[in-house]
Design a protein around this ligand. Structure first.
Ligand SMILES: [Zn+2]
Length: 379
């Protein structure tokens, strides 16, 4: 999930927001200030409803952030790097570099998030109870009670034993611990993700069609997302299994052809394109990578603008590049390959470019490894 804008850093981890979070923020704000609060506490001013709804939505997102930050902190304690935290349509994600090294680490990293949500929910529940006991009624109590409920719901939903939810990771940790087989554990959790996703789609559509609520569509959408993510995790696990023990240097294409970012797209098309065998071109300044252009990005430039557009202008920027070191296990690199430059990584030593890893390099390595397994099995 890509951040559309950055909020800053918390415990050294960059925190960003994808624009899609605005949709859910607006839905919550509107749902509270136009529906829930006016129904529960009638005869207040519109401004009061709007402010109460806004406060509740903001605190809800702070709670979501605390949940993700807790994953990040515990991941760091267990020796994993954290790429960043992003809030988006379906909540938050803390993107970790690599995977937990033991079932115990997995348990701690995944378990702390729902625990934090639970604690936040219990806290607001206690505040709401105190307010009620003290005879304070009205919107303030409403906000506290809603925050208690939504955070408890968040804790319960996230603990459901299905990938990619936190509960799916807990299930994976348990199966991993029991069988000693991480790939098998991931597959079990991913299959559970499928089942939960299908159940949510079925239940959501049934609710929507029986007229009990548009909220059913939302559940179905979450189910759809779960199935997609679970499928991806299963595939990554199988690929990761095939590539265990392989280092980045073994699969990279060494010494790729490079260009200067000042070159225009027209120059590139005229002088490089046909001599060039690859579909991505690293941009170099003093031996250091400063960007990466894919042929798709070049193709996207209208022909009348090619003479005036530099390669740097259409490149994936330096800060978005995925860098790898040659000795790194390939399985550590895989989760970092993001959408920028279509899943390619630049291999560097001491900042200097020595190779590039493309999706075709990786699929070749997977093929070689499965061929090796077949040959070994046939002996
Ligand atoms: Zn979580």
């Amino acid at each position: 999930m890509r951040a559309s804008f950055r909020l800053g850093r918390i415990v050294g981890v960059p925190v960003g927001v994808n624009w899609s979070v605005l949709v859910i923020f607006a839905l919550i704000w509107w749902g509270l200030s136009a529906n829930l609060f006016p129904q529960s506490y009638p005869d207040r001013s519109t401004v009061a409803y709007l402010l109460a709804g806004l406060a509740a939505a903001v605190v809800f997102f702070l709670g979501l952030l605390a949940h993700e930050v807790s994953h990040a902190v515990v991941a760091k304690r267990n020796g994993l790097g954290v790429q960043g935290i992003t809030l988006w349509l379906f909540g938050g994600v803390a993107e970790l570099r690599g995977e937990a090294r033991s079932p115990g680490a997995e348990l701690r990293i995944s378990g702390v998030g729902p625990l934090v949500s639970l604690i936040i929910g219990v806290f607001f529940g206690a505040v709401a109870t105190l307010l009620a006991v003290a005879g304070v009624e009205g919107l303030l109590l409403g906000v506290m009670a809603w925050l208690a409920g939504i955070n408890l719901l968040l804790a319960v939903f996230n603990i459901l034993p299905a990938a990619p939810l936190d509960g799916g990771r807990l299930l994976r940790a348990a199966v991993w611990k029991a069988t000693g087989d991480r790939t098998r554990a991931t597959v079990v959790a991913a299959r559970a993700g499928w089942v939960l996703g299908l159940a949510l789609i079925g239940f959501g559509l049934w609710r929507f069609l029986s007229g009990t609520g548009v909220g059913g569509l939302w559940l179905a959408l979450i189910g759809w997302f779960l199935i997609g993510a679970a499928t991806m995790e299963e595939r990554q696990a199988r690929v990761g299994d095939a590539l265990r023990g392989v280092r980045v240097a073994e699969v990279m294409t060494p010494q790729p052809q490079t260009a200067s970012g000042e070159l225009t797209v027209a120059d590139f098309v005229d002088n490089y394109l046909f001599a060039y065998r690859h579909t991505a071109l690293p941009l170099i300044e003093d031996g250091r990578p400063v960007g990466l252009v894919t042929l798709d990005r070049v193709r996207g430039v209208p022909s009348d603008e090619r003479g005036s557009t530099t390669l740097a202008a259409v490149a994936c920027r330096a800060e978005d590049l995925v860098l790898a070191s040659p000795d790194e296990p390939l399985t550590d690199l895989l989760p970092r390959l993001n959408e920028c430059a279509d899943g390619r990584a630049l291999v560097v030593t001491e900042g200097r470019l020595i190779g590039i890893v493309s999706p075709s390099d990786i699929s070749r390595a997977v093929q070689r490894s499965s061929m090796r397994d077949q040959l070994n099995a046939g002996r």
